[in-house]
Each structure stands twice: as C-alpha cells, then as structure tokens.
Ligand binder design. Sequence first.
Ligand code: NZQ
Ligand code: ZN
Length: 397
Amino acid sequence: MNLEISDFTFFNPVKIIFGKNKIEELSRYVPSDKKVLIIYGGGSVKRFGTLDRVKAALKNADVGEFGGIEANPTFETCMKAVEKIKAENYDFLLAVGGGSVIDGTKFIAAAAEFEGNPVDLFGKGVGSGKPAESAVPFGSILTLPATASEMNDGAVINFKEEKAKVGFHSRHVFPQFSILEPELTYTLPKRQLANGITDAFIHVLEQYLTYPVGGMVQDEFAEGLLRVLIKIGPDVVDENNHDYNLRANFMWTATLALNRLINRGVPGDWSTHSLGHEITVLNNTDHARTLSAIMPSVMTVRKLKKWDKLVQYAENVWDIRTGTEEEKIDAAILKTIIFFKSIEMPVNLSDVGVNSDDIDTLVSQLEQHGLTALSERGDQTLDVSREIYAHALNTDY
Ligand code: NZQ
Ligand code: ZN
C-alpha cells in the first residue's frame, strides 16, 4: 500500500467575509464600474428580505436581476441568464442563494464567455469536456450551508433532456468573494438544515474514508470537521434554535468541508456522490438525501477496501475503543446510520422513492455517464455499484 502523500498544489483565491450585517458592506467588494446581474433561486431571498438588503447595499450601482434558478439547477434555465447577460452587457454577477444558485452562476459565468456551445464545458456523455478559458467575474452571498460552492471551483448542472447531472471545474469560476452571514440560515426549514449537515458530513467522508497515506493534517482536520457536525447536527436541525454560534459553526464547517483543504495529497472516493446524482436524475430527490441513503451501503459493501480508514473513523470520530477491528467498524457504521436518522435523513433507497425495478435504470445511467471505474482505486465497477444500490435497497436498518 502506498503510504505517501502525493504531490499537490493548493490554490484558493476566494475572499470570505464572515459575520453579521456583511451584505451592507457589499459595495466594498463589487467593483463600482461594473453592471451587476443579481442571480437567485425560487424566491426565498425575496420572501425573507435578503434581496432588498442586497439592492439597498448596491443602490448606487447599475444592477439587474435574474431569478428562477431551480434546486438542482438546469442547463436550460441557466442559458436564459446567459442570453440576458449577452443582450444587456452585464460584466459582474452576484449569486444570492444556496449551492444551486452559486453553481448555476458559475456555469452562467463561464458559458457567457465560452466560444461554441457551452454544453461542451461538461464531459461525461453530455459534452466534449473543453476547459473554460475565462468567465464573467462574480461574488456570492450564501443562504444555505451545505455544498461549499461558495469557496470552491466546481459546479453541478442538471440536464433534463439528456437525463444527466454533471459537474465541471475551472479556476475561472472561483467566486471573487463570498459573504457568509450565519443569521441568513435562520429562515431555513428543518429539511434543508438536515440536508446541509449531511452534505457537509459526506463531503468529508468522500475525502477521508479511502486508504491511509499518512496525511496527518488532512486526517485530523477531516476528523475534527466530522466531530463538529456530529456534535452540532441535532441542534442545527431544530429550525427554531437561532443560537448564533451554533449556526456560525455550521456555516464555517460546511465551507471547510469542500474548499479542497482536506483533500490535498490524499485519495478521494466520490462514489457516493456519483451514485446519488443518478438518483436525483431519476426522481429529483434532494442531493443530500441521495447521499445518506447510499453512504451506509458504501461503507458496508466496500468494508474490506476501506478497512484501515474505517477503523480510524470508528476510533477517532466515534470514540469506539473496544472490540475487534471488525466490531469497531460495524459499530461505526451503525452510529453513522443512527446519526442520519436522528436528523431525519433517509438511510435506504426506499426512503428516497427508489424500488428494485429502478436499479437497472440507475446502473445504465452510470454506464451512459462513463461512471464505470469509481472510488479511490478506480475499482468500483458497474457490478459493484449495482451491489451497493441493491444493498441500500434491501437493508432494513
Ligand atoms: O430557490 P430558493 O427559493 O432560494 O429556495 C431554496 C431551495 O428551495 C431554499 N433555500 C436556500 N436558502 C434558504 C432557503 N430557504 C429558506 N431560507 C434560506 N436561507 O433551499 C432549497 C435548496 O437550495 P439548494 O441551493 O438547491 O440547496 P444546496 O445548497 O443543498 O445545493 C444543492 C446543489 O448543489 C450541488 C448539488 O448537486 C445540488 O445541485 N452541489 C454542489 C457542489 C459544489 N459546487 O461543490 C458539491 C455538492 O456535492 C453538490 O453536488
Ligand atoms: Zn454533496
């Protein structure tokens, strides 16, 4: 086994502005000579007054609006924003929303400057996977801690016709700045709070639960983030608990979970995300709910492959110190399931509307999207993915 940290570069230029009343400082961060397009989702930012605050803060700027980015943002809707940008010459974008709005804005920013058909920014059976060479600069105001899109260079877009959910990365789509006001989470319903805790938790696991290479900092950071999420999760999902520090810890943990700090030089899995995206394509299940339904089965079916890290997870995250290695692993898997259930997340496929007849469809979607060699070793074939889906379906936790 390779016990060596791989060579890496780390680059993250996103300015984070964290705390109270930061939207009011927006004019410091949005260049004054730009024409700004504010991009938002289905209307929560209107209902809860965030959009009014943004517009008041930018009252001296030339601003327009584009609303209607869906949860699991679609290519079609984003392309309407691209048309508006080109027709009306916007040269700065401001995403106000959760991961979907920020991801949508990243794609819009790159597509508006892309020569050719922007579908080619994506690979995996949808486009030709050409890199973006530039993007309209943008900032973000985060309203839902979950994805860390506010501090990374990735975006995931939903293609309805092609039945695919595909991501792209580009150094051109890091936000220039992201405003993180923990108080913006006070309007989130329980379901989205639980989704956020879970998405962040699984982001850490995807980058941690692989095989050891001796990345001490990466491992300790990952274990710390997991322990924080376990500690605060049950309180965070109480939508009436507006304790500032609770929500501040939630927001910063979710950002750190996927700003690429913990995965430098160490292997990554991401098979739970790949299997989960296919469920969203199938029946539009919330992103995080697909993950909690799959992860316990990934841990179980891939136990031998992930053995050492599962033992480490049991000991350092769940403080399971007694028993054989296998007993520790099994106890940690059970604790994970109990944790998800305690925040009312689904832990098997029937909880997310998938039945045995759907497994063939999910596996053929994986094949169509080229997801035939997943996980940290690339040895998760379609047969193994089928086994994971089947396990997630049949196991009664
Ligand atoms: O659309 P609006 O009306 O704003 O309502 C949203 C939406 O219905 C609502 N919401 C957001 N902030 C709120 C609020 N409601 C009340 N108060 C607030 N403060 O919450 C709903 C869900 O929002 P969404 O943005 O879809 O959720 P999330 O942040 O979980 O983003 C999910 C998307 O991000 C992608 C997922 O695949 C999915 O498409 N991901 C992006 C990643 C990345 N860029 O690195 C990584 C992730 O693994 C993930 O794949
Ligand atoms: Zn995720």
